[in-house]
Design a protein around this ligand. Structure first.
Ligand code: BTN
Length: 242
């Protein structure tokens, strides 16, 4: 279908803007990018610092035919698209932390916020919001260790326009496969980027300890615990190295 892209100097949240565009009747693949956000949102109700001109704040609105329920897997595909779009210098390695954090040197480089916008004539609408730290070298209040492309790979002239284009290319190229077959075709690739495979992990909600085994075909994270194999569902749980 057709893609329509909006660029704003300043907005509350690019995710919210996609929802408004749907309300106004827009169709096709919607993309909104902003130079800064006044109410940028992260996962689990956290704010997402979105200072002017520093980072990439981009949301993609996707309409997916119904028939399968693995929508959470889409955020994992988003993580793959992001990591594969970055041309990092030799020796600088990023990886994925389930479900969809991009980490570099144990610090957060990017995250994805998935929001569902309900059904329309048999299709499901999903907002995929990408926050990628590009030029940021200091931040007033971020409650977790973070980094940016400028800090981790200062030799490169990182350009937000180019990064946005590359991420979109990667994502769009994978949407068809996801729509047809769900997450299964992406499982092995995701596991290659898994930073926590083989480590002893704790699922923060519930008191599960176990060894990280990577994701299964549906995008659940697998933990080998004393009580056997446990599946962690996307959404509510994060993994911490124990
Ligand atoms: C996370 O907590 O890891 C997800 C962060 C997602 C931030 C992006 S920035 C663009 C889009 N608009 C938002 O309000 N949030 C997402």
């Amino acid at each position: 279908g057709r893609m329509s892209l909006e660029v704003h100097d300043r907005i509350d949240s690019t995710n919210s803007q996609i929802a408004r565009r749907w309300q106004q009747g827009e169709t096709g693949l919607l993309v909104t990018i902003a130079d800064c956000q006044e109410q940028g949102r992260g996962r689990r109700g956290r704010p997402w610092q979105s200072p002017v001109g520093q980072n990439l704040y981009m949301s993609v609105g996707v309409t997916i035919a119904r028939g399968f329920t693995q929508l959470e897997g889409l955020s994992l595909v988003g993580g793959i698209a992001m990591i594969e779009s970055l041309a990092l210098p030799e020796g600088v390695k990023a990886g994925l932390k389930w479900p969809n954090d991009l980490l570099l040197d144990n610090r957060k480089l990017a995250g994805i916020l998935i929001e569902l916008q309900g059904e329309l004539e048999g299709a499901v609408r999903v907002i995929l919001g990408v926050g990628l730290n590009v030029h940021m070298t200091e931040a007033a209040s971020v409650d977790q260790p973070w980094t940016s492309l400028a800090l981790a790979a200062p030799g490169r002239p990182w350009r937000r326009n180019q990064l946005a284009a590359d991420i979109l290319d990667q994502l769009v190229a994978r949407l068809d496969a996801f729509e047809q077959s769900g997450f299964a075709p992406f499982c092995d690739l995701w596991n290659e980027y898994d930073l926590f495979r083989g480590q002893t992990l704790r699922a923060t909600s519930g008191d599960l300890y176990g060894q990280g085994l990577g994701v299964d075909d549906a995008g659940n994270y697998l933990l080998q615990t004393e009580r056997g194999l446990q599946k962690i569902n996307a959404g509510e749980i994060s993994l911490r190295v124990a």
